[in-house]
Design a protein around this ligand. Structure first.
Ligand SMILES: Nc1nc2c(ncn2[C@@H]2O[C@H](COP(=O)(O)OP(=O)(O)OP(=O)(O)O)[C@@H](O)[C@H]2O)c(=O)[nH]1
Ligand SMILES: [Zn+2]
Length: 321
């Protein structure tokens, strides 16, 4: 038809371009630290049986290899393929790294029907979404299906740009608090329209990123569960640990794999603000010496001091046995 002359023609890209019907949808899952993004991902992965889903995680901080391995053991063998977007600071650098990861994924695209991209809890979803506009070549193989934002009902901190908002952890708040949050979310969603977030390649600025630090370390040995609880409660509840400037360490997010003395299986530590849980994983410790691996995200964190305190915890078990 003649009207079609006005439309720009699709130019075939090098390699094996997919036909339109083969475009792979991408859903971006956003939400603040510990809101429940990975929980949602795992739910989708276990519920979906007809689609082969690829998952891309963007973990925050330098210790990305460590966080990656934590996420792998958390998810078990659910992930068919593992790709990591390096460098946590999504707002400034995800575009390149994000494209690279997705391009790598595209080389194996026959294996996937769907891509889920979990952004780091500190990421700006506008910056991630904008890469679907700026890279025309990429846009021909995959398309942005939607942005889903998970909100922690107890610690709602960030209402991000979202096509769909999921209020999570409603079990942790009462009806009144939930209604208040619902009203807040409604108001904020009306305010995020027409922000033109995708116009700016760098995305909107990210005020939180600078003051929030990630600390990771590994310590060999096994812990008494009681002493570990004391360490965690001193840290999260009592704010008993201070950095060199004398400021109390504030932990927003805590993840770890720990070895509890006498337990054959690895234990997963998950913390969000002052809430934390210790759960046995299906993973059995092997022959090699047991190592506790921890990730802390928060303010005023000092790696050496935290590690020292943790080692004291480990040694207390050694004293007893
Ligand atoms: N009580 C309660 N806890 C939840 C719920 N959903 C998730 N959690 C817990 O919240 C913690 C964080 O969950 P994740 O899914 O790892 O959160 P995330 O957003 O992926 O975290 P980051 O990637 O570190 O930002 C875990 O301890 C979960 O078990 C919920 O509906 N209720
Ligand atoms: Zn996560």
């Amino acid at each position: 038809m003649d009207e079609d002359d006005d439309c720009p023609e699709l130019v075939p890209i090098a390699g094996n371009p997919l036909s339109p019907g083969e475009q792979i949808p991408v859903t971006i899952i956003t939400g603040y630290l510990g809101a429940g993004k990975t929980t949602l991902l795992n739910y989708i992965l276990t519920e979906q049986h007809n689609k082969r889903i690829a998952v891309i995680l963007n973990e925050f901080g330098e210790g990305s290899a460590l966080e990656k391995s934590l996420a792998v053991s958390q998810a078990g063998e659910l992930y068919e393929e593992w790709l990591e977007l390096r460098n946590g600071c999504l707002c400034c650098s995800v575009k390149d790294n994000g494209l690279k990861a997705i391009e790598n994924l595209m080389q194996k695209k026959g294996k996937f029907d769907y891509i889920l991209l979990e952004t780091t809890g500190l990421a700006d979803p506008g910056a991630v979404a904008s890469m679907f506009w700026v890279d025309a070549e990429l846009g021909s193989d995959i398309y942005l299906d939607g942005i889903v934002t998970v909100i922690d009902a107890k610690y709602a901190m960030q209402i991000a740009l979202a096509d769909l908002t999921i209020i999570n952890k409603t079990d942790l708040v009462n009806g009144e608090e939930l209604n208040h949050l619902r009203d807040t979310v409604r108001v904020d969603l009306s305010q995020v329209l027409d922000l033109h977030s995708f116009d700016n390649k760098d995305g909107p600025s990210q005020p939180h990123s600078k003051s929030i630090l990630t600390v990771t370390f590994e310590v060999a040995g096994s812990l008494s569960e009681d002493v570990l609880n004391v360490f965690i409660q001193d840290l999260l509840w009592e704010k008993a640990f201070k950095n060199q400037a004398g400021l109390p360490m504030i932990v927003i997010r805590l993840k770890g794999i720990v070895s509890i003395a006498g337990k054959a299986k690895q234990v997963m530590l998950q913390g969000v603000h002052e809430l934390y849980e210790l759960d046995e994983t299906p993973q059995v410790w092997g022959e090699e010496p047991r190592v506790n691996r921890l990730v802390f995200i928060g303010r005023n964190l000092d790696r050496e001091i935290l590690q020292e305190q943790f080692i004291l915890t480990v040694l207390k078990v050694g004293d007893r046995t």
